[in-house]
Design a binder for this molecule. Structure first.
Ligand code: MD3
Ligand code: FE
Length: 210
């Protein structure tokens, strides 16, 4: 069964995906990760991030010396693979079947990885929520408000949990303080995968199917 929690506009669905659905998604991600290998992004200030990333969909989020941006190609020069069907289904069920996301950002956390508090504001359209899917090891998710330095609340996200960030939460500060290595057996080599589905471009009429 799945429990629903609302924290500061973060709509949290504990265990939205059962084990079979999680395995389905992992299987569907295997060819995606083969076509678009995980990379370690380097921030514009030259610091390598501890999280490894890649993407699926029309656009992927990349970062390098010239800054953060959405791009139509993996830095290796290839188109991003399509967003797997079982991942899109979560979006249609929880957000809308009318507009599909442009980007599925794929974050991989090894035992030491973390993601500092930040806002997601490189998208051209904040009217759509961002949807996050957690797979593998537990991650300690920190949720704040629209200003840096405001109060935060933390919550462990487990494998199969889905979070929808819309409305007031869309521009909230958030991050992952740490993972709990070895807490899940979903990924044979351990670690945590997080998928975030995002609408990047404004204007629903000009969208290509992904
Ligand atoms: C709140 N990822 O990729 S997912 C990110 O678990 C990111 O990998 C974290 O923050 C992770 O940008 C947290 C939850 C999340 C994702 C996007 C958001 C929360 C968000 C966008 C707006 C507000
Ligand atoms: Fe984020």
């Amino acid at each position: 069964m799945t429990a629903r929690l609302m924290v500061r506009g973060f709509d949290i669905r504990k265990s939205w995906l059962d084990e079979a659905a999680q395995h389905d998604i992992i299987a569907a991600l295997r060819p995606v990760l083969r076509a678009a290998p995980l990379m370690r992004p380097v921030t514009p200030r030259g610091r390598p991030m501890s999280v490894r990333m890649t993407a699926a969909g029309r656009l992927g989020w990349i970062t390098d010396a010239s800054g953060y941006r959405y791009a139509a190609q993996h830095p290796q020069g290839t188109q991003w693979p399509a967003i797997p069907e079982p991942v899109l289904r979560i979006w249609s069920d929880l957000v809308s079947p009318e507009r599909m996301p442009d980007c599925c950002l794929i974050n991989f956390y090894g035992p030491e990885a973390r993601m500092g508090l930040h806002q997601d504001k490189d998208e051209g359209d904040f009217s759509w929520p961002v949807l996050s899917v957690s797979l593998g090891d537990d991650g300690l998710f920190r949720m704040g408000g629209p200003r840096r330095g405001g109060k935060t609340e933390s919550l462990w996200l487990g494998s199969g949990d889905v979070v929808v960030m819309g409305g007031e939460a869309r521009l909230a500060y958030h991050g992952i303080d740490r993972i709990r290595p070895g807490s899940s057996r979903l990924l044979p080599k351990g670690g945590r995968l997080n998928l975030t589905l995002r609408v990047v471009d404004q204007g629903a009429m000009e969208q290509q199917p992904t």
